[in-house]
Design a protein around this ligand. Structure first.
Ligand code: BGC
Length: 873
């Protein structure tokens, strides 16, 4: 059977690649090198070449629609997964993603994201695992194994140094070769070399690397990835991240996404005709595409499959486990936690009664369902009546989405979305060409399609009825990439059309939220109407930002609360010990603050949150503070807390996962995968974290994250690897031995025995660091994470001897020697530190490398799944 005839569940037979290549016309070859729309590659039915579907990625599978998409499983963001230090869990989640891909008919998943958080402000920091390349690359390998075990191809992204959003398509990242190899490329090297089978695809980044855009960088794509590392998979551009015809093809970029192609139609044929691109080079690129097609056959997914949901109890259980296992217990003085389910609990704060489940941008997706911390806490308490809530302050940047609080004319939750090809000015009697019932009032139109809508210029209305529950002043907000007017009962409340400001919404192309307010009466019905024109109707022109077609609109609204009054009310309740035995304060960021297209301007919590926390702590020092964010926030009040928890964006089960830890059903084991600085200025990228004059200097070199704090002896707010437990552990009997052999296949065997010295069952994460010899020929970070291992479910009093997976000697000892353009495992005495929970659970041991040896390529696979097969020669 030919691939294009495939039916669900029945893998088709592979293409004979050389025979297909011989039969393809030049036009067909060129067409195979670009997408046909947002998410599909080109099919050549006469030769049995099917169209392949790609989907974001990385924390869920959104399918083919940004606009009005089919709900999906949302797992915790990658920093949360980094915090688990749990390779088995990440592999399981990868497999779940593979299954979700099948439900969405996607052959290729666009994830994991494995860029590096140089500093705390990166808009997409939440999307990558860690500031540490070994934690990141090792988890990426497990993620890819899980995804690919279902026959789906994983796509580590973005190769390389897309570590900020500011001017992301134009910025030139200036990086030393040593930092590039040791910090930024290493996660990719590990993902490729340590997965059971190398990931099927790699995505290039938007930015330039040392003067050349990644998608047309021959040294990066050909010399390093293909020749040095032996990679045989597909290299795809980031969306709209192809910038040339000949250069990109010659440099090794196989596939341009999305379609319709700007570069790979007649322009590429012209370049071939004029011999700027050789036909055999095009054949190489086509070969990669056809190999990718063959590699997807095991999935059994037919072309253009319908998109479905697979919201099963097993999925929920796994997502809940993942959410809980990612929660980091930062402080727990006097054992305030776990909370007692029989006691009266006050829950307050901006993140308590809202599901902060996912960051923004291309990682965002509509989840099957969501859970809030308040819901989670109510479910845990012996009776929901024991739990009270007060808002205290808001934490949103944009007003909460209004769609779910509206009703259509026929009484359904949501609103009516109509599409027109003419503006109201052009034709006051215009008729809509499409009408949809929608609930989410955020509509990114990149992949909206209708046969009557041609091009990117068209018009949309939103209509619904709002019935307020309280008589109060209400704020309404309209954010657009385009132009928009918002009316309440015919009265213009927001004009985001005649005067517009440039903002960062919709991947950096839209306006900020423009707001208006109106007093409303409880129980009365108000007609909400939005009149919108797509991006081309706006005069705003943005530089250095990719435009994703027609733009989008977002409608928000909420009752206004006075922050001073909100905090006063919270303090009054929190300090009343006759009413409440325990208090939980939920603060943090959300997908409006952390999103693709822009970086955060500062590290602080939203206005009002710090004030709320400080006042509540002053009145109630035993209040438990829960922070949800994907990257670090300033916690000037941290010294005043007794119980403090970092909870990330936890996916569908975020609220339940938090409650599982707060009430002790899950004993926390997670550790910070990022350093939390005390102030922004303390972080090593502080002076070099934005595009200036078109470039960003990676001035901290290899001293990223904890490598810097360790080197200069600075104490951050919370260190990389920090995280407490409700029990305690002690490690002893560390044994370290080095196997003989060639440098790339030698290993270091590490074993240790771990005892649970407390009175609760708990899991212990062992972080294995290696310190360089004092005789090192170059300055090196004082210690670097080289392996990690989670010892699960140790009973109170139980001692377990643990043999860690052998460490690669090459990886554990080498730095990049710029003189020889190779890794150097240098002779000398190294020290292994096995670091557990708490300040005193560290054991150390030295070992000696007696000969300096250089190496290149991928080092030996020492950490892969059993029976794994290396996809490389
Ligand atoms: C992001 C990629 C993503 C792609 C498709 C780009 O803006 O950088 O990570 O996979 O869009 O949504």
């Amino acid at each position: 059977m030919k691939p294009s005839d495939a039916v669900s569940g029945a893998p088709a037979s592979p293409l004979d690649i050389e025979s297909v290549l011989e039969q393809l016309s030049l036009d067909e070859k060129v067409a195979l090198l670009a997408g046909i729309d947002g998410w599909h590659t080109k099919a050549v039915p006469r030769l049995g070449v099917p169209s392949i579907r790609m989907s974001d990625g990385p924390n869920g599978v959104r399918g083919t629609r940004f606009f009005n998409g089919v709900p999906a499983a949302c797992m915790p963001c990658e920093t949360a997964l980094g915090a688990t230090f749990d390779q088995d869990l990440v592999r399981e989640l990868g497999q779940l993603l593979g299954q979700e891909c099948k439900a969405k008919g996607a052959h290729v998943l666009l994830g994991p994201t494995i860029n590096i958080q140089r500093g705390p402000l990166g808009g997409r920091g939440f999307e990558s695992f860690s500031e540490d390349p070994v934690l990141s690359g090792t988890l990426a390998a497990r993620y890819c194994e899980g995804v690919q075990s279902e026959g789906i191809l994983a796509t580590p992204k973005h190769l390389v140094c897309n570590d900020q959003e500011h001017a992301r398509v134009a910025v030139n990242a200036i990086v030393t070769e040593r930092a590039l190899r040791e910090i930024y490329l290493l996660p990719f090297q590990l993902a490729l070399g340590q997965s059971a089978v190398a990931p099927g695809c790699l995505m290039t980044s938007y930015n330039k690397l040392n003067g050349t855009h990644a998608s047309e960088h021959p040294r990066l794509l050909q010399d390093i990835i293909r020749k040095e590392w032996g990679y045989e998979g597909l290299i795809v551009s980031d969306w709209f991240g192809t910038y040339s015809v000949s250069e990109a093809v010659n440099a090794g970029l196989d596939l341009e996404m999305p379609g319709m192609s700007g570069f790979r139609g007649p322009a590429l044929i012209h370049a071939i005709t004029s011999n700027k691109v050789k036909e055999f080079t095009v054949d190489e690129r086509v070969r990669s595409v056809l190999k990718m097609v063959n590699a997807t056959l095991a999935s059994g997914i037919p072309e253009f499959a319908p998109e479905n949901m697979r919201n099963t109890p097993e999925t929920s259980a796994l997502l809940r486990r993942a959410a809980a296992e990612s929660v980091v217990l930062l402080k727990n003085d006097n054992n305030i936690l776990p909370l007692n389910p029989a006691k009266r609990t006050l829950v307050l704060g901006p993140n308590a009664n809202i599901a902060t489940y996912c960051g923004g941008g291309s990682a965002a997706l509509p989840a099957y369902y969501t859970t809030t911390p308040l819901q989670g806490i109510k479910c845990k308490s012996q009776s929901p009546d024991l739990v009270s809530f007060t808002q205290g302050a808001y934490g949103h940047k944009e007003l909460p989405l209004l769609g779910e609080h509206l009703k259509t004319d026929d009484g359904k939750v949501g609103y009516t979305f109509r599409v027109y090809t003419e503006s109201l000015e052009e034709n006051p009697d215009r008729k809509h060409v499409d009408e949809l019932h929608m609930t989410s009032s955020s509509a990114f139109l990149m992949d909206y399609m209708h046969p009557k809508v041609k091009g990117d210029t068209y018009y949309v209305t939103m209509d619904g009825t709002f019935v307020p529950t309280e008589t109060a002043l209400y704020d309404f907000g309209l954010t657009v990439a385009g132009t928009g007017l918002l009316y309440v009962d015919g009265q213009l409340i927001v004009d985001n059309k005649t005067k517009q400001r440039q903002g960062t919404s919709f991947f950096g192309i839209g306006t900020p939220e423009e707001r208006g307010s109106i007093s409303l009466t409880a129980g009365q019905s108000y007609k909400i109407h939005v009149d919108y024109g797509t991006a081309p109707t706006s005069n705003l022109k943005v530089k250095n930002v990719v435009s994703f077609g027609p733009g989008g609109l977002r409608l928000g609204g909420a009752k206004r609360i006075d922050p001073t009054e909100g905090a006063e009310e919270a303090v009054k309740l929190a300090s009343d010990t006759t009413q409440f035995d325990q208090v939980v304060v939920c603060v943090g960021l959300n997908g409006d603050w952390e999103s693709e297209g822009f970086d955060r301007p500062h590290m602080d919590l939203p206005a009002g949150s710090d004030d709320l926390v400080k006042k509540v702590l002053a009145a109630r020092p035993d209040a438990v503070v829960v922070v949800q964010s994907g990257t670090p926030v300033t916690m000037s009040w941290a010294p005043q807390t007794k119980a403090l928890v970092q909870a990330w964006y936890g996916g569908n089960e975020a609220g339940n996962g938090i409650a599982d830890v707060l009430f002790g059903d899950v004993n926390p084991a997670a550790k910070l995968p990022l350093t939390f600085p005390t102030t922004l200025a303390q972080n090593p990228s502080y002076l070099n974290y934005r595009s200036e004059g078109g470039r960003v200097l990676y001035g901290e070199d290899v001293y990223v994250g904890y490598r810097y704090y360790d080197a200069v002896g600075a104490e951050p707010c919370f260190r990389f690897g920090h995280g407490l437990s409700y029990t305690s552990f002690a490690s002893k009997d560390l044994s370290v031995s080095v196997s003989d052999g060639a440098v790339k296949s030698s290993s270091i065997n590490v074993s240790v025995s771990v005892t649970n010295t407390g009175d609760r069952v708990g899991s212990e994460v062992l972080q294995v660091y290696v310190s360089p010899p004092s005789t090192s020929s170059v300055r090196r970070p004082p210690r670097e994470l080289r392996a990690f291992h989670k010892v699960t479910s140790l009973q109170p009093g139980e001692t377990r001897s643990v043999s860690l997976s052998p460490l690669s000697l090459a990886l554990a000892t080498s730095f990049w020697d710029e003189n020889r353009d190779a890794w150097l495992s240098e002779e000398g005495e190294y020290t292994v530190h096995v670091v557990g929970t708490g300040s005193d659970n560290t054991v150390s041991q030295t070992f000696v490398v007696d000969k300096s040896r250089w190496w290149t390529g991928l080092h030996g696979k020492v950490n892969a799944a059993e029976n794994g097969v290396n996809g490389h020669a």
